[in-house]
Design a protein around this ligand. Structure first.
Ligand code: FCB
Length: 436
């Protein structure tokens, strides 16, 4: 499909990729230990369509087909995650060993994420020693795969895992701790820092994290709305970026963390080779409204010091998320302005949208718009080195089950047949044009 107005050229060496995560695609649950997500989805009412990830895309058995889809797409890199519960099972690293071999043979660079929310059941991020156990697991992984894997991601979106999983109870493990969930954030950040050390000890020199960030727009200029939006920005953006990049928590947050965190912050701020940003949409935030609100299926309790408001003047995806490409430029330039030379090169580790259908023109428009916005960030001087579409395949979208389709490739969840969508052909063509 020739594009009439091609996406501007990205620099040579720019890393083009696509992302998935273990729990969302792998299936083969009998070959691994259970995770908090298995426990959670077994509870009635937790997942919108009552589904589980027991089979998902059956990727463990069909990974040959999926590697062929990646090679056909022509991406430089594939971001996937390792299931810690699978690695803990007997022979657990064997699958990833084969997958990495297959990817290398197909000319696709493996970029594993070491934790994408599927904590082994029985472990708990409220406990500090989960961070130490994570580091031990990471050491085992790097010892086995480090001869072929050269680019690593420690954690995926500790912000969402804390907020949705531990503060609001919408994701596994289903805890509703509100602000008492802050130690969960700290222990994940500590796990990240310890993992960076373990990876370095194993010889790795290309390490990042995938954090979700996005602009927070105040609902109005009223001071109460601006203050609420600032606070939301602190929770989504600064709480997870300040400790990593500046070695400190935002003012007032230290006191809410477990004990004296000074020494931990040294570990957390171990220098990174690059910083991954997952971007989907901005958030509009106003003063608390005193009532529980339903925000895209997320029930926000009344006692929060802010309320999330709808963005009404934009098209929305099937998930109800507003489509605002320029907010990607905004968050990237805001990060550059906020963190200056403390910000390493940036990689967009996730960006995508959920739409139905094989002739997914809305997805093409979404990706096209966001790549132009990304290019504007480059022109504005942000050092962006790569872009990963979420996702290669339609998959198990957490509490939404199979109802949200983010893939460049359609998956029929009855037959598990893969069918590339129009967006797959579009992305393949874009990559060809970029390299021509
Ligand atoms: C991100 C998650 C990813 C996927 C997308 C839609 O927050 O990292 O697993 O669910 O959203």
């Amino acid at each position: 499909m020739a594009t009439t107005n091609p996406v501007p050229r990205f620099p040579d060496g720019f890393l083009w990729g696509v992302s998935t995560s273990a729990h969302q695609i792998e299936g083969a649950v009998d070959e691994r230990e259970p995770s908090v997500w298995d426990v959670f989805t077994a509870e009635p009412g937790r997942v919108r369509d009552g589904s589980t990830a027991e089979v998902a895309c059956d990727h463990v058995r069909r990974h040959g087909e999926d590697v062929a889809l990646l090679a056909g797409l022509g991406v430089d890199a594939y971001r996937f995650s390792l299931s810690w519960p699978r690695v803990r099972a007997r022979g657990g690293l064997d699958f990833y060993d084969r997958l990495v071999d297959d990817l290398c043979a197909a000319g696709v660079r493996p970029v594993p994420t070491l934790f994408h929310w599927d904590l082994p059941a029985g472990l708990d991020w409220r406990e500090r020693d989960t961070a130490e156990r994570f580091a031990a697991y990471v050491s085992e992984v790097v010892a086995r795969l480090g001869d072929r894997v050269t680019k690593w991601i420690t954690l995926n979106e500790p912000a969402e895992h804390t907020l949705l999983g531990h503060a609001l109870g919408i994701h596994a493990p289903g805890l509703k701790l509100l602000f008492d969930a802050l130690p969960v954030a700290h222990h994940q950040l500590l796990a990240h820092g310890l993992a960076v050390r373990a990876l370095r000890a194993g010889g790795a020199d290309d390490i990042g994290i995938a954090n979700s960030h996005g602009p927070t727009w105040p609902a109005s200029r009223e001071p109460a709305d601006v203050e609420a939006a600032d606070f939301y920005d602190l929770l989504l953006n600064r709480l997870f970026a300040d400790p990593l990049l500046l070695g400190r928590y935002p003012d007032g947050i230290d006191a809410l963390m477990p004990g004296d965190v000074t020494a931990d912050l040294e570990v957390i701020s171990e220098p990174l080779d690059w910083y991954g940003i997952n971007y989907y949409a901005p958030t509009r935030v106003g003063a608390p409204q005193g009532t529980e609100i339903d925000f895209g299926g997320v029930r926000m309790p009344a006692e929060l010091p802010f309320s999330v408001r709808e963005i009404t003047d934009r098209p929305v995806t099937d998930f109800g998320w507003p489509v605002v490409p320029e907010a990607l430029t905004e968050i990237l330039t805001a990060f550059r302005d906020r963190y200056g030379d403390r910000l390493p090169p940036v990689v967009v580790t996730e960006n995508g949208c959920s739409y139905e259908g094989l002739d997914d023109r809305e997805r093409i428009a979404y990706l096209d718009g966001h790549l132009r916005a990304l290019h504007r960030a480059l022109e504005a001087g942000v050092d962006v080195r790569g872009y990963f579409v979420w996702s290669l395949l339609d998959n198990f979208e957490w509490a939404e089950g199979y109802a949200r389709r983010f893939g460049l490739v359609h998956v029929d969840f009855d037959t598990l047949k893969r069918t590339p969508k129009a967006s797959y052909a579009w992305y393949r063509e874009l990559l060809r044009e970029q390299r021509a």
